[in-house]
Ligand binder design. Structure first.
Ligand code: NDP
Length: 231
């Protein structure tokens, strides 16, 4: 039994992979360039279902059946609505939401055979709070919750749980470019008053993947310093 983390080349995905590795669990990470040192890397762009299938095939040849899948790969491409052309909207949804669908679909095949599994989607606090300039991103991240809950109902009888983790502001490349003013504004709305670390998201994911979380499905776990107040 092994895990696969999409977007494991850096940031939150890499922290999640480290968490599995530290627990002694075989893990593969997807990447679009170079695999992070010390990990089994499989090339994969989640916007291409052929690449997703090939990545799972390669990981399973090396590690055996993948029964934990973390759909973490994601992008932002912010713009206000009237300036957001359809390509920009679709690209974000295709990566963040349809990409997770592709990964879940291939992952579920192995899980159904094994009659056990853990599907975990990395959403965002923005899914339920919304954010000016992020209609594409928020829509994609909110979509993950509806998809997860539908799959939780569909797959529960086969011993497969499906859950969502919703991080708040986490220090990674994705948030590095935020202006100081914007960062402060977000922190002002965050009771814990600081950025989260990738490892803090990773430990929640790891727990959802563990046997201890065996009776939890269709849940959303916020890891956001209180920014979303539990929603
Ligand atoms: P990073 O920008 O640091 O990393 C993004 C990862 O996704 C990279 O590994 C990147 O691969 C991968 N990726 C992007 N597009 C694709 C694609 N088409 N196919 C395959 N892989 C892809 O971001 P974070 O680590 O911060 O974000 C990880 C997840 O957490 C994302 O889903 C993000 O939306 C979510 N999140 C992040 C928050 C934050 O504050 N940082 C807050 C809430 C949610 P590559 O290296 O090849 O580009």
């Amino acid at each position: 039994m092994a895990a696969l983390v999409t977007g494991g080349s850096r940031g939150i995905g890499l922290a999640i992979a480290r968490e599995f590795q530290a627990a002694g669990e075989p893990v593969a990470v997807t990447h679009r360039g170079r695999a992070p040192e010390g990990f089994l890397g499989v090339a994969c762009d989640v916007t291409d279902s052929g690449q997703v299938d090939a990545a799972f095939d390669e990981a399973e040849t090396e590690l055996g059946p993948i029964t934990t899948v973390v759909a973490n790969a994601g992008i932002t491409d912010d713009q206000l609505l009237l300036r957001m052309d359809e390509a920009r909207f679709s690209r974000v949804v295709d990566t963040n939401l349809t990409g997770a669908y592709r990964v879940a679909k291939r992952g579920a095949r192995s899980m159904l055979r094994q009659r056990r599994g853990r599907l975990i989607f990395v959403s965002s606090v923005v899914a339920h709070r919304g954010e000016a300039g992020q209609a594409n991103y928020a829509a994609s991240k909110a979509g993950l919750l509806g998809m997860a809950r539908s799959l939780a109902r569909e797959l529960g009888s086969r011993g497969i749980t499906v859950n969502v983790v919703a991080p708040g502001l986490i220090s990674t490349d994705m948030t590095e470019g935020l202006s100081e003013a914007r960062r402060q504004q977000i922190l002002d709305g965050t009771p814990l008053g600081r950025c989260g670390e990738p490892a803090e998201v990773a430990s929640a994911v790891r727990w959802l993947a563990s046997d201890q979380a065996g009776y939890i499905t269709g849940a959303l776990i916020p890891v956001d310093g209180g920014a979303g107040m539990g929603h």
